[in-house]
Every structure is written in C-alpha cells, then in structure tokens.
Design a protein. Structure first.
Ligand code: AKG
Ligand code: FE2
Length: 326
C-alpha cells in the first residue's frame, strides 16, 4: 500500500486529453494549480518514462557510484558542473556543512558550432561520459524521456496559469535541462553536528522532476513549518516548482523548501531533473495572465541570467564561508 502523504497524486495522462486543453486537461490543470499554490509540490502518475529506462539508469548510476573515487574523478566537470561531483562540492547557502551526497550531471548536448555555444552561454558544454558500457545510452534515454514528460507537464502549467497550452513550447527550444543522478551514502553514525544529504533549500529554476528509489528521506516543509515526509511511491515522480516559476507566476505559485536526510543505513539514489527554459527565454510575469489591476512584482529577466545569478551568489557565499572558516 502506498504510504500516506499530504502531497496530492495527479494523473499526468489527463493532460493529453483534448486538442486545446479540453475537460480532462482542465481538471488536471486545476489540481496542479492548487498544488503549486499550496505546497509547490505534487506527485504524478502516468509520467510516460518507461520502467526499463528508469531501471537501466538506476543500475548504471549505482554501478558508477560504486567505482573507486579515482575512477569517478576521471569525469570531473570541466565546464558547467557536467560530470561527477564528489562529497563536499556543494553547500547550501545557510547550511553548516556541505551536502552529504555525490552527483553526476548531464545537460543538453549541442554541437560546438551551435549559436548558443558560440555565444558562450553558461551551463552549455560537452557531457563527460564515464567508460562504462551502456552508461551513456541509459542516461541519454532517460534525459530524452524525462524531457518529454517535462513538456507534457508544462502544458498543464500553462493551462493552470490561464495562458495558451503551448506557451512554454517556444521557451524550451534548447532548454537548460540538467539531469543528475544523486547518490546518498548512509550517514556516518559517529558524525557530530548537523548533516544533511541535501540541506534545506528551494530549487532555483522552473520545474523539478524527481525519481527516487525506495529508501526515502525527502522531506517538504508544510505551511505550519513542519517537515513532512515525501515518501517513495512506486510508479510516480515527485514534481516541485523552483524560484524562477514562483517569480514568473508573480508569486502565485510557491517555491517550497525541502531537504534530504538518509538515516536508513543504506545507499539512496535519486534522479533529479531541473527542467528549465532556454538561456535567453524572457521570464516576465506580465506574460502570464495577471489579474486586472495586478502589478508585476518582478522585472523581466532572462532565465539563464536569473539561474546563473543564483548559482554565482551561492558560490560567492560558499567561498566567503570557506575563507572565514580557514
Ligand atoms: O534527492 C532528492 O530526493 C532531492 C534532491 C534535491 O532536492 C535537489 O537536488 O535539489
Ligand atoms: Fe531540491
């Protein structure tokens, strides 16, 4: 039996019904709207990513993370954090300690002469593939399928915000989609002080699609300030919005804090996809159906500049913290 959760479980297949967002799609959009207003989180079923694709990616990711560290470091990022990131590489802005996790990230593969690459857009760059048979195929298939799922979901988001159902399509021509396998070793028993797999944070971008294994450990803040479990539910993905969609929606939607602790004594694996728009996509609340007389709370900004601004600020903060600590 699925565990109880305060987060709604929505059927994504409803969004495919009706050429211009007919009855079922509208019902889905209304439920999504409520979820994003209240907690910024929901689960989806019928997400369309084939089980075999998830299973292959899970198996290849674990095979990779169990390699000796020297092997993993061979695919250390050269650009844009693509590749393997060891424990200690990320620290949330207000956390005491770095996140107790390793992760391996890929992004959209563009040819070297693509205008976005030539323009020097941040977060572009080649992926770093480890030398494991079947690894690249598995991750590329997952990347493609989860991207399709993201597109379907965005159709629901557009309907939920009361704009044309294809509003986001043109904003996602070369999306800043980052997909990462995240590996959480069991927390050491003798550790003193605070330790999180991922410390409390909000995501920076628009939409996050998360597959998690059966270990559990993800928690979401409720409106009373309590941490509530977002347990694994077979066949689902966890969806949440990030700060950029909160901004785009003129703060109608809520980018909520969440965190991970792995006290299971076992390894935990998740696959997180930050499904964000083109670097140059303009994020302007006035495009998203403001109510008559409603003022835009945020100036227009490109998606890439916003996300990079957040990444740079957190890195600067971390550099200062390190200088202070040393
Ligand atoms: O691994 C998880 O369950 C969540 C990860 C997460 O919140 C993140 O990487 O932003
Ligand atoms: Fe997150």
């Amino acid at each position: 039996m699925a565990e109880e959760t305060f987060l709604p479980i929505l059927d994504l297949s409803l969004v495919d019904g009706g050429a211009s967002g007919g009855g079922d799609a509208k019902a889905f959009a209304a439920a999504l709207h409520d979820a994003f207003v209240h907690s910024g989180f929901c689960y989806i079923t019928n997400h369309g990513v084939p089980d075999a694709v998830i299973e292959a990616t899970r198996a290849k990711a674990l095979e990779f993370f169990r390699l000796p560290i020297e092997e993993k470091l061979k695919v250390s990022p050269k650009e844009a954090v693509r590749g393997f990131n060891a424990i200690g590489r990320t620290k949330m802005q207000y956390a005491e300690a770095p996140d107790y996790k390793e992760f391996y990230q890929i992004g959209l593969e563009l040819p070297a002469d693509d205008p976005a690459v030539l323009a020097g857009e941040a977060m572009r760059g080649p992926n770093q593939w480890p030398d494991l048979p079947g690894f690249r195929e598995a991750f590329e298939a997952y990347y493609r399928e989860i991207g399709r799922c993201g597109q379907r979901l965005l159709r629901g988001v557009a309907l939920a915000l009361g704009v044309a159902d294809d509003f986001f399509v043109g904003k996602y021509a070369k999306p800043l989609q980052r997909t990462q396998a995240v590996y959480y070793p069991p927390h050491p028993e003798d550790h003193e002080g605070e330790l999180f797999g991922v410390a409390p944070h909000t995501d920076y971008g628009c939409i996050t699609l998360l597959w998690q294994d059966d270990v559990g450990g993800l928690e979401v803040l409720d409106r009373q300030g309590r941490w509530i479990d977002a347990p694994p539910i077979p066949g689902t993905l966890v969806i949440n919005i990030g700060d950029l969609l909160q901004r785009w929606s003129n703060n109608r939607y809520f980018s909520n804090q969440h965190r991970v602790t792995n006290r299971s004594g076992r390894e935990r694996l998740s696959i997180a996809t930050f499904y964000d728009p083109d670097y140059s996509a303009m994020v302007d609340p006035r495009d998203l159906n403001l109510a008559p007389g409603e003022d835009a709370l945020h100036a227009p900004i490109s998606a890439g500049d916003y996300i990079m601004g957040r990444i740079n600020r957190s890195q600067k903060h971390n550099a200062q913290a390190e200088a202070f600590n040393s």
